[in-house]
Design a protein around this ligand. Sequence first.
Ligand SMILES: Cc1cc2nc3c(=O)[nH]c(=O)nc-3n(C[C@H](O)[C@H](O)[C@H](O)COP(=O)(O)O)c2cc1C
Ligand code: SF4
Ligand code: SF4
Length: 297
Amino acid sequence: MPVQDAITIDPSTCTRCALCAEVCPNRVLVRDGPGGTIAARDNAGLCMKCGQCMAICPTRSIAVEGLSYEKDFFDLPGGGPDEAAFHGLIRTRRAVRNFKGGPVPKELLEKVVEAISFAPPSFPPPKYQIVVVQNAGLIRKALPNMIRLYESLVKMMKNPVIRFFIKREVGSKRFRTMQSHLLPLLESRLPALKAGTEDTLTRNAPAMILFLADRDGEDIGPDIHIAAAFGMLAAHSMGLGGSIMDIIPPAIDRDPELRKMFSIPDGQEVAAALILGYPRYKYQRGIRRKIRGVHWL
Ligand SMILES: Cc1cc2nc3c(=O)[nH]c(=O)nc-3n(C[C@H](O)[C@H](O)[C@H](O)COP(=O)(O)O)c2cc1C
Ligand code: SF4
Ligand code: SF4
């Protein structure tokens, strides 16, 4: 039963349960009348290869072009996730900016990458690439360029004409964040950064994951930050610590030397950075934060 060329259903095993149609987010598969059979719709082009249909089919009867039961899926264990374990993880996580010396083993970084691959993309497949920096020396080497870039940004922001163009380039929301947080912080920390007495940019992290997006591609900023959060939680679950660091990407992105140093291909922008390492300190307590408004309707 070819639904469309790209999606096929095996009539010899299909039970017509219509579960695939129920979960298909874009109505590419639909119930066909009360008999529960599946019909093709004109909108096969809307298939985003999310794999929901293949994941739910009890008889593995549906095939979406480009997805394979053998290569892309795995059987799920019975039972649900462990709520207590999840809460243990999220309640104990903090942004870690102080690291013990020593590298992060590659096996752990690979597990962080694997966790990132489980993050939901807004429209599959994930459209970002990542660069895993295992070499702490490389991160240290990048620091002087980052400092120079931020020093010149602070100077430029003092000039109203240049400020106008920066605002136009980054957009008013980003500009407000820069004025409220980034600039005061830079003005305060640049002297110590320049003196080499502290590293409030890369935090002496031994490892870092950079997320890259096509410069002329779709808006995948949210996808990338969700993915980075998955990586951060995975790291925490393995005794590592770290933080998303929005201060790092623009510095690498705009500096040709740093782009080369971190092997950023032309046409790619650095959209997020996650620093990682073994935490130097242990926190004694967690923090409960209040959401600004919770409105129940
Ligand atoms: C999108 C995002 C960007 C961040 N960028 C930075 C950064 O550039 N520098 C930094 O020190 N921390 C950065 N952080 C860490 C936050 O400051 C930190 O999560 C926040 O202070 C709350 O602390 P907690 O994570 O320990 O709960 C970032 C966090 C997020 C979610
Ligand atoms: S979920 Fe599988 S068995 Fe059920 S209707 Fe779809 S293809 Fe057939
Ligand atoms: S892969 Fe996703 S969008 Fe495509 S047919 Fe299956 S459920 Fe629908």
